[in-house]
Design a protein around this ligand. Structure first.
Ligand SMILES: [Zn+2]
Length: 590
């Protein structure tokens, strides 16, 4: 018997065997068993995803001796004839070569007669979008009111080419591209059955090359198997299929991150010598960097369903020290340079130039890193004005503090330095009187002047928060935060502080505040919490609340209505309507 290629030998014969199209097969099998099968069904989707296969299985479902059934027996006359492709009542028509109106007229005439021995006469038209306009028109009538014994099954890769009049008479099912992992798993099952020794990495290479088509995957597998007599190695697969070794992508991204231009030129040379298609490599390179970016994004790595586990591990390792903005910059440049590679007479040189450009990129800092740097810079400057400014020296209230029940021993130690204190410069907090507690000039002298100061903080008892004067304490707390973390302090400038017993401090921020998201980051809340614990000398929990501000939505609506009626009544508008004999369609408030 002649050799049967895998794609034909392992063509699914039941809905259960169809790979990754459950959304279609489940609907169709339910339709068959519940007797709600439409008389015209259109299956659309990329090549090799199972359109014709599903159409044949559906034909078996309705023509099997056990019909209607969602699990055809594959034993009876109808089933075996359909599998063999010589069923008397199932007509498989190639739409590309039978696209004339005469062909459809013939079909229409033929459809009137009863099936030979099955319940249904089934017309499977493949590539139905190839029919001419006249042929489609000829199909319209019979499609609208077909004889009860006729079932039309259409398959197409280009559904947009089908006239809307036809589409509206069909029940449409869209098939999806099949994922690399699903194709690889299917091929693995076949290889195990055929006793073929092939690695998972090799299967992943073939599956990637199949580009979402299971038929293409099986054809490539066939090709690889025929080319070798012994066990198939990954290198052989790369050579036979001419695919890019995935390791090269990791090598080139690794060389870029470590700034090794010589290694990149070597890789480009190697690809050139092997005769690899540069544009294809470039496309894979973009996809590779996109995957690296996704891996770097917190919580997004699980969406990389098309990347085998071993590659994902490698990716995680490679981007460990690389920032997200840097990866984004690389991707950006790769997209910008794509057309050069495409149009260049020497794509290899263009590729090298692109990498030269990528080497020039100075890695961008993430927002967090930038804030950290800024804070370090600011606190680095502060000691120049004042030798030591420990935040722990805060708890002692200033001399001017009126209420605190636990007065501190050193009234002379007023406040931390306020050089670079964003709050004191910009702070619009009206009640807080920054004067007495933020004396910008004296701390350098006063701190060393007081001999009691160094020991005081450790002896300071926790502050009685229920007694505290929020406005004043809050201002001092902000000053303290500003000193250690100027950016965080600046973000808190407009907030208000309330104490909720027993251990919670609520910082309220206006909803219009530009840095709400920044403040709400876990890291920043923890930072504020630490500052507060140091400041109040007791463990406290911090929560950031958002206070709704801005105009009331109800008022806004009223205002809009007023503006609208004003616009309608405007003499200029009325004159324009009269002149052009028009009418007002819509009024937009700008
Ligand atoms: Zn059967």
């Amino acid at each position: 018997m002649a050799y049967l290629v895998f794609a034909r030998k392992y063509r699914p014969q039941t809905f259960e065997d169809v790979v990754e199209q459950a959304h279609v097969t489940k609907t169709l099998s339910n339709a068959v068993t519940s007797g709600r099968l439409a008389h015209a069904i259109l299956l659309s989707g990329p090549r090799g995803t199972g359109k014709t296969t599903i159409a044949r299985i559906l034909a078996k479902c309705v023509n099997c001796s056990e019909a209607p059934t969602s699990t055809p027996c594959n034993q009876c006359r109808s089933c075996t004839e359909i599998t063999a492709g010589n069923a008397m009542d199932v007509f498989e028509i190639d739409g590309a070569s039978n696209n004339k109106v005469e062909n459809i007229r013939e079909l229409r005439e033929n459809a009137k007669y009863m099936p030979a021995h099955s319940p249904y006469k089934i017309y499977i038209i493949d590539e139905v979008h190839m029919l001419t306009d006249a042929a489609f028109n000829a199909l319209l009538k019979v499609l609208e009111e077909p004889p009860a014994h006729v079932l039309f099954l259409f398959a197409t890769t280009e559904v947009r080419k089908i006239p809307i009049t036809i589409l509206s008479r069909c029940q449409r099912h869209d098939l999806r591209r099949i994922g690399i992992n699903a194709i690889a798993a299917h091929m693995k099952k076949i290889c195990e059955g055929e006793n073929i020794d092939i690695s998972d990495k090799g299967l992943a290479l073939i599956a990637r090359e199949a580009d979402g088509s299971i038929r293409d995957g099986l054809s490539l597998l066939d090709q690889v198997i025929t080319c070798t007599e012994t066990a198939i190695t990954d290198k052989e697969i790369i050579d036979i299929l001419g695919v890019i070794d995935r390791q090269i992508l990791f090598d080139i991204s690794g060389a870029l991150f470590s700034g090794d231009m010589a290694a990149i030129i070597d890789i480009c040379d190697l690809l050139y010598r092997q005769g690899r298609h540069m544009m294809k490599f470039y496309t894979e390179l973009i996809e590779h960097f996109r995957n690296l970016l996704v891996v770097k994004m917190e919580g997004a790595a699980s969406t990389l369903s098309d990347v085998p586990a071993h590659e994902r591990e490698l990716m995680e390792k490679q981007v460990g020290n690389i920032t997200q903005p840097h990866l984004f910059q690389v991707l950006n440049v790769l997209f910008e340079e794509e057309w050069r590679i495409k149009l260049s007479a020497s794509p290899k040189t263009a590729l090298e130039m692109t990498f030269f450009r990528l080497m020039q990129i100075r890695p961008a800092f993430s927002l967090d890193a930038l804030i950290e740097k800024l804070d370090r810079l600011k606190t680095g400057i502060a000691p120049a004005g004042k030798p030591q400014s420990p935040g722990a020296s805060e708890p002692e209230p200033s001399a001017s503090e009126p209420e605190p029940s636990a007065p501190e021993p050193e009234p002379s130690a007023p406040e931390p330095p306020v050089h670079g204190n964003v709050l004191s410069e910009t702070g619009p907090d009206s009640p807080g009187d920054p004067g007495p507690e933020c004396p910008a000039d004296d701390p350098p002298e006063s701190a060393p002047a007081d001999p009691a100061t160094p020991d005081a903080p450790s002896e300071t008892p926790p502050m009685d928060l229920s007694q505290m004067d929020n406005g004043e304490i809050w201002d001092r707390l902000k000053s303290s935060i500003c000193e250690k973390s100027p950016v965080l302090g600046a973000c808190l400038a407009d907030g208000t502080l309330t104490y909720t017993p027993p251990d919670r401090l609520v910082i309220e921020i206006a909803s219009t505040h530009p840095n709400i998201a920044l403040l709400r980051r876990k890291k920043n809340i923890a930072g504020i919490e630490k500052h507060c614990n140091d400041f109040f000398k007791q463990p406290l929990k911090i929560s950031i609340d958002v206070k709704q501000t801005g105009p009331d939505p109800g008022d806004l609506k009223k205002k809009h209505r007023e503006l609208e009626s004003e616009a309608r009544a405007h003499p200029l508008v009325n004159a324009a309507i009269k002149t052009f004999n028009g009418k007002i369609q819509d009024i937009k408030i700008l």
